[in-house]
Write a protein that binds this ligand. Sequence first.
Ligand SMILES: [Zn+2]
Length: 177
Amino acid sequence: MDIEKVVKEFLSSLRITEDGSLLYGDERMVFTNSVLMSIAFVAAPYERFGDTMTAIYRRSIEKYGRKTAEENEHLGAKNALEHLLKFFAALGWGRPEITEFSESRVSFKVYSSLYGEEAGNYLRFKGKEPPASCPFGYAVEGVLNYFAEKERKPSFISQEVKCGAKGDEFCEFIVFR
Ligand SMILES: [Zn+2]
């Protein structure tokens, strides 16, 4: 993936309304810095609510993945997945790379995951050992499960087996059924 091209294309397609909204298609976007984003979205909720957050995130982010799959159904599962990961890359969340795509198993890596880096730093600063912290796998689950349901096949579940938050060189996810 040519990450620079992806980000520049995304930026040039943003529309600015007279009242100051940034729109990407119909979606309102916002620029924020990585510390704020990761603390608000990942680190602070985990710190406060622990593993309870995992179930909540899994459900809501999986649902988001399904929604994007529905919008891109015509692309098929693999391209719809690439489309979603490209969007995450355009947002500056790290460079994704799909390393395996088969009928029952998908693996992918994310280099320089924003969540991994910042949530890891934050939790270490607080004296805690960071867990695998990145939500990408749940969104991918959603995409694959949308197509699995259409085909009446078993659903997928994701695991983040490596994470920058834990000191790994990159984040790695396996999504399988
Ligand atoms: Zn990670």
